[in-house]
Design a protein around this ligand. Structure first.
Ligand code: HEC
Ligand code: HEC
Length: 487
């Protein structure tokens, strides 16, 4: 309890950041050389040995993924922000502890979000699309579904001014399309260029345009991201009787069994974090659970006061990557996604956020590898903005998001839209966006009625401390690398 209150103060205490200079007023400033929190661009990791045998196109994709010569200035690869040792998400414990979003190749620049884990993202169905059976939007890639697939996704980091910072030929801002001529031409002079020709044709660099070469590179990246090296299905879970096929190479502890049963039962994590009911996903995974529905929801994540994006206000030197709203920036999620879905549906009309139904919705990631880290003391950050720093904190949030406590330690649940009664203080800061919050009323699973299937999901689960710990232990059993990859 005391810990939670302290956490709340730490989180809430810095919610009111000083008003930053708004983009545009900063034109007389020198280039932003210093990062808001002192973090410099990160080193690109060396390309590791193969874990499984890769096909030629997967190998090519891996070579490109780990190539730090494809940014401007050179120095950043995809793997800089997506290292294998964390499940292909952020590489720096220090950055995670303070921020969540990772520095880009140009000093002082940060994107607004934490890198999603690339592992298991390849199984997200092409989307987003509306699944009428369960009344949710699903599929696509990125936290806000901006990309329809991993191949489309791979077009963007090369051009993102806060990531690999190549300039775009074609529409700006780059996420509207476009390609990098620099990347295309560098691909013709890299050590793996012969492999590029083997895969795509001996004369590919003579016969194809830069735009086409760029697209081919993204197909190769997507092939690597779909490979068994990135999606290993090699956790304790996979080696246990719960795996597909069931196995006895690992026996769950009593706590892990309880965690499993809570995840798929009372705690209802499986409402958004299982693919066991999604036939198109199971077809790709050989029947194995990818531990995501690849659906969108607003679970009421608070803003992250440590997000360096709040200070990214310099429009003069970063016109397409700056944050015009400064400290007032709100991450709208799906409602800020400017791109149409494959079926032509739109999540915004004129302005980001103008369709209320999509405000605050983010993609539910796979929880495989959420505990994968290079060493036990390595800090990971969780959620789209990295606000949470440990799995116990995440599970506590799911359990008690709607709980407030008074001075003698009495707890009660409250409706997030109304606030707690006088004398009671919420255990967690408020959601960044109140629209569409799952179970905003804070009904417990027992109070929930069958009319609204989502009631009782998230916020007031009534879990004991032991049950919270059991769920964390279960999540830890989803870390790849326990056995040889089986996929
Ligand atoms: C500077 C850090 C950075 C670099 C470099 C970077 N990424 Fe990312 N990556 C991110 C962030 C942040 C997100 C989430 C962005 C969002 O949702 O708006 C992300 C999201 C993704 C996703 C989406 C996963 C999902 O679940 O939908 C994939 C796939 C991915 N990156 C692959 C790549 C590839 C391929 C490259 C190189 C071409 C790359 N990344 C370079 C930071 C980075
Ligand atoms: C209503 C759907 C829903 C339910 C139910 C749900 N989640 Fe989530 N989960 C999400 C979404 C959406 C996100 C991303 C939210 C964001 O970043 O704003 C998420 C994020 C997470 C993350 C962070 C992953 C990362 O890479 O940062 C973890 C861990 C997690 N959930 C575990 C759980 C557990 C454990 C439960 C059950 C106690 C649960 N979830 C129940 C939808 C759900």
């Amino acid at each position: 309890m005391i810990d939670t209150l302290r956490e709340f103060r730490v989180l809430a205490g810095s919610v009111c950041l000083p008003l930053m200079i708004v983009c545009g007023l900063a034109s007389a400033q020198p280039p932003a050389k210093k990062s808001p929190n002192g973090f410099k661009p990160l080193p690109a990791p060396a390309q590791p040995a193969n874990v499984v045998k890769l096909t030629p196109i997967q190998q090519l994709g891996k070579n490109i993924f780990f190539d730090e010569k494809l940014s401007t200035p050179v120095g950043y690869s995809c793997a800089t922000c997506h290292i294998p040792a964390t499940g292909f998400t952020g590489p720096s414990s220090d950055v995670n502890q303070v921020a969540g979003p990772v520095p880009g190749v140009i000093s002082g620049r940060f994107g607004k979000r934490k890198p999603q884990a690339v592992s298991y993202s390849a199984f997200s169905p092409v989307g987003p699309f509306y699944n009428a059976d369960i009344d949710v939007w699903m599929g696509g890639n990125f936290w806000d579904g901006r990309a329809t697939s991993n191949a489309t996704q791979a077009r963007m980091p090369f051009l993102d001014p806060n990531e690999m910072a190549n300039s775009s030929v074609g529409p700006m801002p780059p996420h509207a399309g476009g390609f990098s001529a620099i990347v295309a031409s560098r691909l013709s002079v890299r050590p793996y260029t012969p492999l590029f020709k083997t895969v795509f044709g001996a004369h590919v660099f003579q016969t194809m345009s830069d735009a086409d070469i760029y697209s081919l590179a993204t197909f190769a990246i997507a092939a690597f991201e779909a490979s068994a090296e990135v999606n290993q299905f090699s956790s304790k879970f996979d080696a246990s009787k719960y795996g597909t096929p069931p196995s006895n190479r690992y026996k769950f502890t009593a706590s892990e069994v309880r965690g499993h049963d809570l995840f798929f039962g009372k705690a209802q994590c499986s409402a958004c974090h299982t693919s066991s009911t999604l036939d198109p996903v199971l077809a790709l995974t050989g029947g194995r659970d990818a531990f995501s529905m690849y659906c969108y929801a607003n679970i009421g994540v608070p803003r992250n006061p440590g997000n360096p994006f709040y200070a990214m206000t310099d429009r003069a030197h970063n016109p397409f990557g700056c944050n015009p709203d400064g400290a007032f920036f709100i991450d709208l999620g799906l409602a800020g996604n400017p791109n149409p879905t494959p079926s032509g549906a739109r999540f915004m009309n004129q302005r980001p956020g103008d369709i209320v139904d999509f405000r605050g919705l983010f993609k539910a990631p796979s929880v495989r590898n959420v505990d994968k880290r290079p060493s036990p003391d390595f800090v990971k950050s969780f959620m789209h903005n990295g606000v949470f720093k440990s799995l116990p904190q995440v599970v506590h949030f799911y359990n008690k998001r709607n709980i407030a406590v008074n001075s003698i330690g009495h707890e009660l649940s409250f409706d997030l839209r109304v606030g707690p009664p006088r004398g009671y203080f919420p255990l967690f800061p408020p959601p960044e966006i109140l629209d569409n919050v799952q179970n905003a009323a804070g009904l417990s699973p027992a109070d929930a009625n069958d009319d609204v299937a989502t009631n009782g999901q998230v916020g007031n689960l009534g879990l004991s401390p032991q049950e919270e710990a059991d769920i964390v232990n279960f999540l830890k059993a989803l870390t790849d690398g326990f056995v040889k990859p089986t996929y």
